[in-house]
Design a protein around this ligand. Structure first.
Ligand code: SF4
Length: 332
């Protein structure tokens, strides 16, 4: 309401004290969602994963996860990941989100690894952030004889649309080319399934500790309408969910449930549809790759040192070999 865009001003104008460990991450998340502030620019109030743009692993090393939109990857890109993982001796694993994680990077290795990945056309996968993870797709009508529509192109388009958007929690999507549902779109925060006459749109599905099937938001709509509804759903979720609340518990607690949500998103019962459309488009248009920004900005690169006032690297991390790859010593 006051148009405040940084933590210190917020504290001066409406806060008390020096700020605490409860309000800092909450404020960081709200700024990130409202202004698409990258983690780089909010670094003093972000946690470790956002501060270093990587997930810290249990042995103190970091993961590297490039985006593979829709799970589609070229042979050249596959070879590039293989080459870079081999060069830096990283453990590699194909994930459930249809991308390739690389583990075991030391802090000082992150910028050069990302420099090489970016040169090969990759960008951050934001696996460290409360943001869009992946949009899983089946092979769809391009290759599958059952396919009703082209699920891969839709998944690629939608993953690029929502990448980088910060939200109360991580969120995922799925696109299936027919009701056989090979992409498990109904297990995702939003999902599209091709049916006779258009796309069915589902929202509020989650995996995790309390798995939940998504609910049907709209039936047999064209692609543009499907995107418009999911745009509004995501913006409405971002603006009304509690911090760290995923879409399923949010939808469960929403008074009136899916019917209420349909009214907001489809029938514009609150008169905010245009505003939600505008806000979503502003987030989409303001995307930048945080890792590109990090490797090109000397002040950000300086964060990737193990010790203050020393160029030394951390040589205390030990690995062993298991199934032809390196593993943290304590888990082998
Ligand atoms: S969901 Fe349907 S179109 Fe997609 S791979 Fe499975 S059977 Fe084929």
């Amino acid at each position: 309401m006051k148009g405040i865009t940084d933590y210190d001003t917020l504290l001066d104008e409406v806060g008390t004290g020096n700020g605490c460990e409860v309000c800092k991450p909450a404020v960081a998340a709200i700024f990130a969602s409202l202004y698409n502030e990258t983690a780089n620019r909010q670094e003093t109030i972000q946690d470790t994963n956002d501060r270093y743009l990587a997930n810290i692993q249990r042995n103190g090393t970091y993961s590297v996860v490039p985006r593979v939109a829709g799970g589609e990857i070229t042979p050249k890109q596959l070879m590039a990941i293989g080459r870079i993982a081999q060069k830096y001796d990283l453990y590699t694993k194909i994930t459930g989100g249809q991308r390739i994680d690389m583990f075991g990077a030391k802090l000082h290795e992150l910028p050069p690894i990302w420099e090489e990945l970016i040169a090969e056309g990759f960008e951050t996968g934001q696996a460290y952030g409360k943001s869009l993870r992946t949009v899983k797709s089946c092979v769809g009508s391009t290759w599958c004889r059952y396919g009703m529509d082209e699920s891969v192109s839709f998944a690629v388009e939608i993953e690029h649309r929502y990448k980088g958007i910060r939200s109360p929690h991580k969120f995922k999507g799925g696109v299936s080319g027919c009701i056989r549902e090979c992409a498990e779109a109904r297990g995702k925060d939003f999902g599209f399934i091709a049916v006779e006459g258009g796309w069915n749109v589902y929202v509020g599905g989650n995996g995790g500790a309390t798995p939940k099937h998504a609910l049907l938001l709209a039936e047999k709509v064209d692609k543009e309408t499907a995107i418009k509804y999911v745009d509004r759903f995501i913006m409405f979720y971002i603006k009304t969910a509690q911090p760290l609340q995923r879409t399923a518990p949010w939808l469960e607690k929403l008074e009136g449930g899916i019917t209420y949500l349909q009214n907001v998103v489809i029938n514009d019962s609150l008169g905010i549809a245009k505003q939600l459309d505008y806000e979503m488009q502003a987030l989409v248009d303001s995307y930048v790759c945080e890792w590109k920004e990090a490797v090109e900005t000397p002040e950000i690169r300086e964060r990737y040192t193990h010790f203050v006032n020393s160029e030394e690297t951390d040589n205390n991390i030990e690995f062993v070999s298991l199934r032809d790859q390196k593993m943290p010593k304590e888990w082998a």
